[in-house]
Write a protein that binds this ligand. Structure first.
Ligand SMILES: *Cc1c(COP(=O)(O)O)cnc(C)c1O
Length: 365
């Protein structure tokens, strides 16, 4: 038996004709940087996210970095980040010149605990980055009211949450800026790198549009120290096709998650928790198990792909140890690193695959 954790090729096989047609049209068009196809995808993606504007960039890390730059966050500033996240959230802050200040997660949702944020705000704090980890929205209203009270920007890292809803509304425009990745393994993934920023704020959208293109709106006129971080039209053409299938693929993820919940409800492990206001899209299905390493070995031995998200929290990475920054104790992030395990989920996982996964998990109980 072989159940891969991820199969980025599956979507290509499934909708090959649509995709081939889309990228061949870009090849024929002669426009290989920005242009109509990128604009057209931006329009579709903004509508999908219920946002006024979308700006395509080169990847998710750049979406975050350019957003921080657009908000004039840099040296001497502090930015609140979750202690439990993919390191890109932190790296963007560090690359902007600011300092990431870690806040621990809620024990049940894995997302930043709003109750712990105010304790970390100082006179240097400029923004809060909320990550919708594993595809489940963070508690945006609670975080937004803290941001308002302290006059901070709210940046959302939605790299794992394409299509998720918070209190009925799509993730996409509640914060000042919302950052997306189209890395192939994401719910909406390209066949290469890609990213975007969505926002309801026209001037922020324009600034990111300028920053992504050498800081220039008019060729050879540079107003900002910009970047070269543009969404590739070949990728945009395929993302536009895939966007039309995203809700169906997300629905499939939900049915697999449903199977995991039902089959594992009496097992000796912790299942994910979903608050009633959250409509997650199950980018990852993450369980906590006291004998995590044993379970991982068992699954792997049985040909079932499973991964740890994430084995080392950012503050324990050599890159951050080397900065000399002193972090307050972050015991939950460290505990999660030893207990979490992601079961395979995605459009490539069939119901019989999911049954095989849960049968195997239950063997350890
Ligand atoms: C994937 C991811 C990113 C970075 O996206 P890239 O496109 O790989 O640069 C940022 N934040 C989170 C939470 C992610 O999962």
């Amino acid at each position: 038996m072989s159940i891969p954790f991820l199969d980025p090729r599956q979507s290509y096989i499934e909708i090959k004709e649509e995709l081939d047609d889309a990228y061949q049209r870009v090849m024929q068009s002669g426009t290989y940087i920005l242009g109509e196809v990128v604009e057209s995808f931006e329009t579709d993606f903004a509508i999908y996210c219920e946002a006024n504007f979308a700006v395509g960039v080169a990847n998710g890390l750049d979406a975050l970095t350019l957003s921080l730059r657009a908000l004039d966050i840099g040296a001497d500033d502090e930015v609140i980040v979750p202690s439990h996240t993919f390191i890109a959230t932190w790296l963007a802050v560090s690359q902007s010149g600011a300092t990431p200040i870690a806040v621990e997660p809620d024990e049940h949702t894995f997302n930043i605990d709003p109750a712990l944020i105010e304790g970390k705000i100082t006179s240097r704090t400029k923004a809060i980055i909320a990550v919708h980890l594993y595809g489940q929205p963070a508690d945006l209203e609670a975080i937004q009211s803290i941001a308002k009270r302290h006059n901070l920007y709210l940046i959302e890292d939605a790299a794992q949450a394409h299509g998720a809803r918070y209190k009925g509304k799509r993730i996409g425009a509640r914060g000042d800026v919302v950052c997306w990745s189209f890395y192939p393994g994401k719910n909406l993934g390209a066949y290469g790198d890609g990213g975007a920023v969505t926002t309801n704020n026209r001037s922020i959208a324009n600034k990111i549009r300028t920053l992504r293109n050498y800081g220039s709106q008019e060729k050879y006129h540079n107003e900002l120290m910009g970047y070269n971080s543009r969404l590739d039209p070949l990728q945009a053409s395929m993302l536009q096709v895939k966007l039309r299938h995203l809700d169906r693929w997300n629905m499939h993820r939900c049915t697999i998650a449903h199977h995991y919940f039902e089959a594992l409800k009496d097992a000796d492990l912790m299942l994910p928790f979903t608050p009633n206001w959250a409509q997650p899209v199950w980018h990852l299905f993450v369980i906590r198990h006291p004998r995590r390493n044993e379970l991982k070995e068992l699954l792997t031995r049985n040909g079932i792909g499973c991964l740890i998200h994430y084995p080392i929290p950012p503050h324990k990475q050599i890159a951050y140890l080397a900065t000399g920054q002193i972090f307050d104790p972050l015991p939950l992030a460290e505990k999660f690193a030893t207990e979490v395990l992601s079961l395979p989920i995605g459009p490539h996982i069939s119901h019989s695959d999911a049954e095989a996964v849960t049968e195997c998990v239950l063997k350890l109980n």
